[in-house]
Write a protein that binds this ligand. Structure first.
Ligand SMILES: [Mn+2]
Length: 457
């Protein structure tokens, strides 16, 4: 007589009969029974060893506290067997070290999900950062992966996911590069109510910092968006066994896509990120990863798409420059251009990439003659205002993030939000007010550049 406790991690049909795999997190046993048992069930079986597995005489499906206790044991066994590393593989600065317990726990959840054969749905944001993170996670955990273009996980999307995997084995939803914003709270709550577990890997600002399901560096540092979701996912995947080189390559592309410098991404990473962003802006919602994989693996296709993506940025930048207005404020040169009619929301090329290209062109020309001249570039559409600053402009005391912060305060009724880093940032204006925001930015930047009171208001 043998007694075993664990989770049914696999059900197979063989010659008209079912056979099952039971795992306690450490050891797996095959067993047979005539009773139908769902995958994911937590059970105690009694039976005799026979050829090919345990012939079950009695089977108990556990619930309530007994199930919780049994699951805790399985989890502890998986944790011991998974042999997760004690430190992050790709980067070990203070923020990552502080985030490590959360990352490691995410890795453990993934190891556990794999061991238990959980049904996993991965929703990744449709940009290079989200796609690279999804490449990393899907290489250590089998799951259904779908692209998400909206930044908000809505009630509608939660209901759709509940319908899709709610009835499957111990369902788990992973949201990557979105999902922690306050607007997602209702959607996540619905998942919870439907008994679906959830892991969020994100790097956008959020306020529900006690939520253990969310892995987000903003819980530690208000300026942590450079630890991109794709990078974090690569760190989790590396902890789960993804080769370090592969994880690092994906993380570099992810960071290049989100303009993060934490991993010193090079020109090749930028090019890959551009291709992924270009592809993502051309495919509609619900795309899975296969399409991206194919392009990345075929050199010729990749190169020709890279060329196309780059050409369209160049053309758009040339158009923007033809209508650019330049003003000088003391040592600072301010270049302003409207992107209306050049940018179509959600399509390629995005306003950020065009503004960056104009900025690089002007900055390259300025630097060609010797010392870099302080430059502030502003590109705007009806609702968004994009800022780029060079190093010499920063030396004058300018910061895109600070400028956005000033606008948020001084024009609270005209803007919906804004922020960024020292050299790059954006402000989201209410419909029709972008031009006012631009004028205010020019005024603020001029005062700061002239050595006037930058800070106090
Ligand atoms: Mn991102």
């Amino acid at each position: 007589m043998i007694v075993l406790e664990g989770v049914v991690s696999r059900v197979r049909f063989f010659r008209g009969k079912r056979d099952y795999v039971l795992t306690d997190g450490k050891i797996e046993h095959q067993f047979f029974t005539d009773e139908p048992v769902p995958q994911g069930a937590c059970v105690v079986i009694e039976g005799e060893m026979a050829v090919g597995g345990v012939r079950t005489a009695k089977i108990d499906v556990l619930g309530g506290e007994r199930e919780e206790r049994a699951l805790a044991k399985v989890k502890a066994n998986v944790a011991a067997a998974a042999n997760l590393p004690d430190a992050p593989a790709l980067l070990r600065d203070g923020v990552v070290q502080s985030l490590w317990p959360a990352l490691k726990n995410g890795a453990l959840e993934i190891a556990l999900a794999k061991k238990l054969g959980r049904s996993v749905m991965l929703r990744f944001h449709g940009d290079a950062d989200g796609i690279c993170g999804a490449f990393a996670l899907t290489s250590v955990l089998p799951c259904k992966a779908f692209q998400q273009n909206s930044a908000i996980y809505s009630v509608k999307e939660a209901l759709r996911d509940i319908a899709a995997i709610g009835q499957e084995s111990r369902p788990l939803v992973i949201l990557l590069d979105f999902g922690s914003a306050d607007g997602c709270a209702e959607g996540l709550e619905l998942l919870r109510a439907a008994g679906i577990d959830c892991i969020v890997i994100d790097h956008h600002p959020y306020s529900r910092k006690g939520d253990a399901r969310i892995i987000n560096p903003f819980s530690l540092d208000d300026n942590a968006s450079k630890y991109t979701a794709g990078y974090l996912a690569c760190e989790v995947a590396a902890a789960c066994g993804l080769e370090k080189e592969r994880a690092l390559a994906l993380a570099r592309t992810a960071c290049a896509g989100d303009k993060s410098d934490i991993l010193q991404s090079g020109p090749e990473d930028m090019k890959k990120a551009m291709v992924l962003d270009f592809l993502a802006s051309h495919v509609s919602f619900g795309n899975n990863l296969d399409f991206y994989k194919k392009v990345m693996e075929k050199d010729e296709l990749f190169s020709s798409i890279a060329q196309q993506a780059d050409d369209s940025i160049r053309d758009a930048a040339a158009k923007a420059m033809s209508r650019m207005k330049k003003t000088d404020a003391g040592p600072l040169s301010i270049a302003v251009f409207s992107l209306e009619g050049i940018v179509v929301k959600g399509e390629w090329p995005p306003s950020s990439k065009i503004t960056t290209r104009v900025f690089d062109t002007l900055n390259g020309a300025a630097a060609g003659g010797g010392a870099e001249k302080p430059l502030f570039c502003i590109g705007y559409t009806e609702r968004s205002v994009i800022m780029r600053l060079n190093g010499s402009a920063v030396s004058l005391g300018l910061s895109a993030n600070d400028l956005a912060g000033r606008i948020r305060k001084s024009m609270a009724d005209f803007v919906e939000g804004g922020g960024g880093h020292v050299k790059a940032g954006a402000v989201r204006a209410r419909e029709g007010f972008a031009r006012e925001v631009v004028n205010e930015l020019i005024r603020d930047a001029s005062i700061i550049a002239a050595g006037g009171s930058g800070k106090e208001q």
